[in-house]
Design a protein around this ligand. Structure first.
Ligand SMILES: [Fe+2]
Length: 278
């Protein structure tokens, strides 16, 4: 088992770091796993370039960040490797251009979303990641206190027509999560919600809930807290779902192919802790 010479180079002042010295196609030793877990908590988005992975190698590499979990739009899963989702417009998917964090309708939603660039268009089609820890810190104190007391109720996205009945049966049950969560590794707080998976916020009607979330996104997500990932073939992007939101960009030529393999890994049940004593 190789001991990696791991190096971490920040990609943006707010979040994102490129990791070098790690071949994700090889087994990862325990010290490296711990260093990667810490780097993810600190930098929130990790980029590994020039990876060449089979589906089995990719699943093994992703497991470094947690156990791969089932994805609920199962019609897009890789047939022989159902824990890998295919992001590919040619099978009818629309790019997820709204800011969101993944699978909030799970009791233990993913700690990380991992994307592997398999086919990349020559221009556009990037993925943006926003630092929701910084977004929380930048809110006025009164609004932070308000959000600290709110929860969301989450289900499958409203407005999708292609969801399989078996997925509805398994994943549509309402799940309540805090709108602010404490990062289990980092100890800091971040704003946490998915606007189109939230049926409503505690104590608010559906329409008012959606309007408030849209207003929050508008005010919180500024260029200073966004890392934009311009894909190269062979990139692996690991996104910390506990303290970020992300979105796809559909600004690429649909004559060209864009194929990403997605794995989500299970995390803790979100909770809001009291601040740790300093
Ligand atoms: Fe997503």
């Amino acid at each position: 088992m190789a001991t990696a010479q791991l190096e971490i180079a920040p990609l943006h002042p707010s979040l994102g770091a490129e990791i070098t010295g790690v071949d994700l196609g090889q087994p990862i030793d325990e010290p490296t796993r711990q260093a990667l877990s810490r780097a993810l908590a600190d930098h929130l988005a990790l980029v590994f370039r020039d990876q060449t992975l089979t589906p089995a190698q990719y699943l093994a590499a992703a497991s470094v960040f947690g156990p791969p979990m089932e994805q609920h739009y199962s019609q897009h899963n890789m047939p022989d490797f159902p824990l890998i989702g295919l992001i590919w417009h040619r099978n009818g998917q629309q790019p997820a251009e709204q800011w969101h964090t993944d699978h909030t309708n799970r009791e233990r939603p993913p700690s990380a979303t991992i994307l592997y660039g398999v086919e990349i268009p020559s221009a556009g089609g990037g993925t943006s990641v926003a630092n929701m820890r910084a977004a929380y810190a930048a809110l006025p104190a009164a609004e932070r206190r308000r959000l600290d007391g709110l929860t969301t109720f989450n289900s499958l996205d409203s407005g999708r027509t292609d969801t399989r009945q078996e997925d509805r049966d398994k994943y549509a049950k309402p799940i309540e999560h805090p709108m602010v969560r404490t990062h289990p590794v980092h100890g800091s707080r971040a704003v946490y919600f998915h606007i189109s998976k939230t049926t409503h916020i505690s104590g608010m009607a559906a329409e008012a809930s959606r309007a408030y979330m849209a207003d929050l996104l508008e005010r919180m997500i500024r260029p200073e807290i966004v890392y934009h990932h311009a894909w190269r073939k062979g990139d692996v992007l690991v996104i910390d779902d506990r303290a970020t939101m992300h979105r796809a960009h559909g600004d690429y030529d649909r004559q060209q192919s864009r194929v990403l393999w997605r794995i989500i890994v299970e995390g803790d049940r979100p909770r809001l802790d009291r601040p740790r004593p300093v």
